[in-house]
Design a protein around this ligand. Structure first.
Ligand SMILES: Cc1cc2nc3c(=O)[nH]c(=O)nc-3n(C[C@H](O)[C@H](O)[C@H](O)COP(=O)(O)OP(=O)(O)OC[C@H]3O[C@@H](n4cnc5c(N)ncnc54)[C@H](O)[C@@H]3O)c2cc1C
Length: 300
């Protein structure tokens, strides 16, 4: 792994910086080699100080709650910024809109919005990531997506500057968001539908559907593949007879074929090999290229 140096002006942040922090501690798949430099700011001032003092050529990876990443065993070169201590507030703006910090868990957002009667918000309930991660992925469930609700976002750039952006500045698709490079979400203003009211019943129904169809509570990253147009990745994998198929410490869930479970101390390599194997089999059988929803990052 390439060694990067930090400037002496970052001395005051010494206690917030770790070197070679194992990423397996920070991902829902429970795999991943070390982050060369792992920075966890306590507030936006520390974040600004850090960003304005690191060299331009140091790569930065932004970590949310780690529920949609596969970090390779060789770890991540450069800096990983964990935002878990900042941007954790939800504020009501008016009866239909809120401002939410990027590190608020989606589950907490759903809970609060349902309490305030704002809908549709129930779909956020079972998504284990942060709002920042949901914005980066256009996370969604049961026919709804994060960006349907976005009025504006606040971002921080590589130099520590803050800007407000509108949805029109992003290319937004199913589980995919492309915006200006080297910018990260700090908060979002969301608008809910004034003609709809939230429902605890609907939330319960969604959570119970999830519980019945997904292997919750086991190390996974949720759906590994995006659904190809007009089809379902899980159905294609199931119809290929791959449920339960194992490589090393990881196997394809017998409950939901689009989930890979790390049940026997898998390496990231086991999981990536399993991903490649599934893709190869689905091309052979159906001539369909499955694309990863999970973000594979780091060094082999
Ligand atoms: C059991 C289970 C169920 C799941 N169910 C669903 C589901 O129903 N629907 C769904 O869409 N997803 C689902 N997921 C996947 C995952 O929870 C979502 O993709 C979530 O939005 C990821 O958020 P995170 O904070 O964990 O992001 P991370 O996994 O930490 O990061 C994912 C990507 O987002 C980027 N990112 C994170 N925070 C920011 C930020 N503030 N600014 C810019 N970029 C950022 C990261 O750099 C990375 O590229 C599930 C996962 C699990 C484990």
């Amino acid at each position: 792994m390439k060694k990067h140096k930090l400037s002496v002006s970052l001395e005051p942040l010494k206690s917030k910086i770790k070197f070679f922090e194992p990423m397996k501690k920070h991902t829902s798949l429970k795999v991943g080699g070390p982050a060369e430099i792992y920075f966890q700011p306590s507030d936006l001032d520390e974040l600004g100080l850090f960003l304005s003092n690191i060299d331009n050529d140091i790569p930065i990876f932004w970590l949310g709650r780690g529920s949609n990443i596969l970090v390779r065993d060789g770890g991540i070169s450069g800096v990983v910024i964990s935002s878990s201590l900042i941007s954790k507030k939800i504020e009501k703006i008016d009866n239909n809109s809120i401002k939410v910090g990027a590190n608020v868990p989606c589950t907490m957002l759903a809970k609060q919005c349902i309490r305030w009667g704002m809908a549709p918000s129930e779909f956020f309930s079972g998504i284990p990531g942060s709002i920042g991660g949901a914005l980066a992925m256009n996370a969604g469930a049961y026919g709804h997506e994060t960006w349907e609700r976005v009025d504006s976002v606040k971002i921080v750039d590589r130099l520590g500057g803050y800007h407000t952006r509108k949805p029109s500045e992003y290319k937004i698709n199913y589980r995919s968001v492309v915006g200006p490079p080297d910018e990260w979400f700090i908060s979002a203003n969301l608008i809910f539908d004034p003609n709809k009211s939230s429902s605890l019943e609907k939330q319960k129904e969604m959570l119970s559907k999830r519980k019945n169809s997904q292997p919750l509570g086991k190390p996974s990253c949720g759906s590994v593949f995006r659904n190809p147009e007009g089809n379902f990745a899980a159905k294609l994998i199931q119809d290929s007879g791959l449920k339960g198929f194992r490589i090393g410490g990881a196997h394809i869930s017998t409950k939901h074929a689009n989930f890979i479970i790390n049940d026997q101390k898998a390496s990231a390599e086991d999981i990536e090999r399993l991903i490649n194997y599934i893709q190869k089999k689905i091309i052979e059988k159906f001539d369909i290229q499955l694309e990863c929803e999970v973000k594979i990052v780091g060094n082999l």
